[in-house]
Every structure is written in C-alpha cells, then in structure tokens.
Design a protein around this ligand. Structure first.
Ligand code: SDX
Length: 428
C-alpha cells in the first residue's frame, strides 16, 4: 500500500501521510489538511470514520468480533484473571506480578474511606434521584475533598490518584444504592477481596451477618472485566476530551459517567430490562416490538441491539449470555425475562432488517438479566457499568495526558445566517 493518500481540491493535489497501527489499521493523517488547503476541513458527525487518537490500550475488530485489552483477549481475561488484575493491566500496561497485585489491593484498601461530609451531599438528593446523577455528582465532589491535582508525569502521584479513586468509587456506588434502599451507609471489610467487598458494602443488612455467595462474586467479577474498557466509545471520548483541557481526573470521570448514562450508550442495560419487562407485560409479544424497532416512524429501538463498531456478535455479549445461563442456573432462578430475551435474539438474528444492518446483541443485552438475578435494581445497572468501566477511563485519561495530546477542539462548517445589520427593536 502507498504510504500517502492524495486529495484533489480545485484541481490541486494534496498528499497526506498514512499511519498504520500494530493491527494494520490505516488512517490518513490530516493534521496538515487545513493549512495545506487554505482552510478545507473534514466533517464526520458521530466520528464514524474519524480516529481521535493513537492508543495502545484496547484493540477491537468490529467485523471479526475481536476485543483485547493490552493484547490479551477478553475471553482469556474473563476466564483467567480477576477484575483488579485487569484494572492494573489496563492502567499500567502489564499484568501485575503477585507482589504488585497484592500491593495494589492493599493501597486501594487504604483509600477505601470517604469523607463523612460526602454523606451531606448524598442526603441532599431525593430518593427518587437516578443513581447515575447521584454517582456523577459524588465523583465530581471527590475533587473538593481531594483537591491536589494529579501530576501525570509523576508515576507516584498518578499511582496515588489511581488507588484513591479505585478505593473510593465502590464506596460511593454502595452508598448511592443503600441511600435509595433506605439502608444505613456501610463500609466494607478490608479482609475481603475487591469484588467481595463491593457486594458486602451493597447488600449487607444492618441486623445480620453478610454471607458471601461465590456465584455472585464470580459473576460480578466477570461482568466488571467485560465492561472495563472499549477503546474510544462515547464516554471514554468524553473523559479524554474533558481531561485534554487539563481538568482533573475526578472531574473527567464525572463527565464520563454522565455520557455513559444515555440510553444509547451505557444506559441501554437499563433500557433493555425495561423493554423486556414491557414485552412480558404485553404477553410476550416480541413480534410487536420487532415491528416497532423496524418502523422508521417509531422512535423505538431494540435496546441492547446494534453497535457502532461491532458488525458481528459483540464478543462480550457471547460471554455474558453464557454467564446468564450459568448464574441463573446456579442460583436456581427461573426468570421468564431470560426466555423472552433469547426469543427476541433468535427472531432478530433471522430478520432481514437486523441481518442487513448487521445488528447483533451487544454487551447490554444480557447483562441486566444477571444484575437482576443478583438483586440489583434496574436503575443501578448503568452504575454497575460505570464501576466496570472505571479502570478503562483512568487508563485512557492517563495515556492522553502522558502523550501530551492537545486540547480537544473540533472545527465546524457554519451553516447559519451570513452577516447582517442590527435592527433596533422598534423596527422589528
Ligand atoms: C454501548 O461504542 C461503544 O463501544 C459502546 C459500548 C461500550 O462498551 O462502551 O459498547 C457500550 O453503548 C453498547 C450500545 C448500547 N446501545 C444500545 O443497545 C441502544 C440501541 N442501539 C442503537 O441505538 C444503535 O445501534 C447504536 C447507538 C448502538 C449504534 O448506532 P449507530 O452506529 O449510530 O448506527 P445507526 O444509528 O446509524 O443505525 C444504522 C441503522 C439505522 O437504520 P437505517 O437508517 O440504516 O435504515 O441501523 C438501525 C438504524 O435505525 N438501528 C437500529 C438499532 N440500531 C441501529 N434499529 C433498531 N434497533 C436498534 N437497536
């Protein structure tokens, strides 16, 4: 392949270099386009064809359904690693040795306490507040209680911020959940594993011992791994662009949480369960919802289906679908919603509208079924997604800052009114 691309504008040819990644992805480097062509730019709403950066963190191939974190396949990591190992891998680039992993966990535990005054902020929210709005606010508030900004060029300063947020965020998640449930705000137990502790902080009843359930621990650990990163998705791009102004890590993460909240993105896992519930209430009439999804006049979309990048099965959906069967089986839960989901999936995979548009189940289609079996309420599903995505956001923010990427400031093509004279109000 030639190593340049040529673009002809007004009869003049311009050459631009091609860059190629380690997985043979090719991009046209247009950093000189505007200056070389006297102001011509590209335009690409939704950035479907535009790369925002070079990154060495996550590789995915949407056509082949491949997903790897730092070169390790998602299938191997979900099977053989635990969430904290994967967090370390994403953020620092290598799987930790046992010593590194143990120290990482110890340092996170040392940070797993949140300033009591944060409870005053939590108390200010009505019980009806959506947990994503609460957790985004509490994450931003962490900046007030931990004002020292991160010196990304200092390994030790960055490490300190990483363990701080990995320690405190699960506490905020648990407090957000317990506040809504009317339960006292609890701390976990530093003798427990990272995921065991999350479950205990969330579900321990004030008047009884909390008994760990290995099935739930393993299921949540796997779900968090599967959600840990996904290259330049909407919320990660948000974290990167907010961080590119040199806003702090916690402020950038808070922005990412808000982006994830949208039903087209992380909010889809909640929307999937609401859709499946509606179908169940409708007597399981999946055909009606398939017709709605295909009707251009109807804004309804088949939630949990389709993906900007995957035009094949989302590899995470395969793993989660298998885990849903296992977890519900192990827990002895019979959930008609799972059967409706499988029926819907089968119909969609045989329907020309979905097949032609390469719309397959994505990560959000089955995850809610497991969360529900674990006793997590629907409006907390996207918070659980954020809990998993946290190390991915941190790793992408750190990479962007270490590579000294410029502040994100896209151009536009103006289509508004051309110059006109001001008209005094009396004459309008
Ligand atoms: C996540 O980017 C990531 O990596 C995200 C994520 C991550 O880990 O960070 O993977 C997590 O956000 C997964 C996606 C969760 N969202 C949903 O499940 C919501 C339902 N899906 C869609 O809204 C949609 O598929 C998107 C938003 C996910 C992708 O939209 P695109 O890439 O912009 O595709 P599009 O809207 O241009 O759709 C192409 C065609 C259109 O039809 P035509 O105009 O060609 O006739 O497919 C249709 C769309 O109408 N379509 C759907 C559909 N998704 C796309 N039709 C019905 N139901 C759907 N779900």
């Amino acid at each position: 392949m030639a190593n340049t691309a040529s673009i002809e504008i007004d009869g003049k040819k311009h050459e631009f270099p091609l860059v190629e990644g380690t997985e043979n992805e090719v991009a046209i480097d247009i950093t000189k386009l505007r200056s070389a062509t006297n102001g011509v730019i590209t335009i690409d709403p939704g950035f479907k064809n535009t790369g925002s950066c070079e990154s060495g963190i996550t590789f995915l191939d949407g056509e082949k359904g491949i997903l790897r974190y730092r070169g390790y396949t998602i299938e191997e990591l979900a099977e053989k690693a635990d969430f904290l190992e994967v967090a370390y891998l994403l953020i620092f680039g290598e799987l930790p040795t046992k010593e590194q992993n143990d120290k990482f966990h110890e340092d996170i535990k040392a940070q797993a306490v949140v300033d009591e005054d944060v409870k005053k902020i939590l108390d200010a929210f009505p019980k009806s507040a959506h947990p994503m709005g609460v957790i985004s606010s509490l994450t931003s508030a962490l900046t007030a209680f931990n004002p020292s900004s991160v010196n990304v060029d200092s390994e030790e300063d960055m490490y300190r911020s990483v363990v701080k947020i990995l320690g405190k965020f699960p506490v905020l998640v648990a407090w957000t959940f317990r506040k809504k449930e009317g339960l006292p705000l609890d701390y976990g137990d530093n003798s427990l594993g990272y995921v065991e502790n999350i479950l205990k902080m969330m579900f321990k009843k004030p008047n009884s011992e909390y008994k760990q359930n290995e099935i739930l621990v393993n299921a949540l650990d796997k779900l968090l791994i599967l959600h840990a990163d996904h290259e330049q998705n909407c919320s990660t791009s948000t974290v990167r662009i907010v961080g590119s102004s040199h806003a702090g890590l916690f402020a950038s993460l808070s922005a990412g949480i808000s982006a994830l909240w949208g039903p087209l993105h992380g909010g889809a896992n909640q929307a999937v369960l609401e859709m499946l519930e509606a179908i169940k209430l409708d007597g399981g009439d999946t055909k009606k919802y398939m017709a709605k999804a295909k009707d251009k006049e109807d804004p309804f979309r088949l939630m949990g289906f389709g993906h900007r990048v995957y035009k094949n099965f989302d590899p995470r959906a395969r793993i989660i679908k298998k885990a849903a069967d296992e977890v519900l089986g192990d827990l002895g839960v019979v959930d008609p919603i799972l059967d409706i989901a499988k029926g819907l999936e089968k119909e969609a995979l045989e329907d020309a509208y979905f097949v032609d548009r390469k719309l397959y189940p994505n990560v959000d289609f089955y995850s809610g079924i497991i969360y529900r079996a674990m006793g997590i309420p629907t409006d907390m599903f996207t918070v659980m997604f954020a809990l998993g995505r946290l190390p991915g956001w941190i790793s992408q923010w750190r990479e962007m800052r270490l590579r000294k990427e410029p502040i994100g400031r896209p151009r536009q093509v103006y289509i508004g009114a051309t110059e006109r004279k001001f008209v005094p109000i009396e004459e309008r």
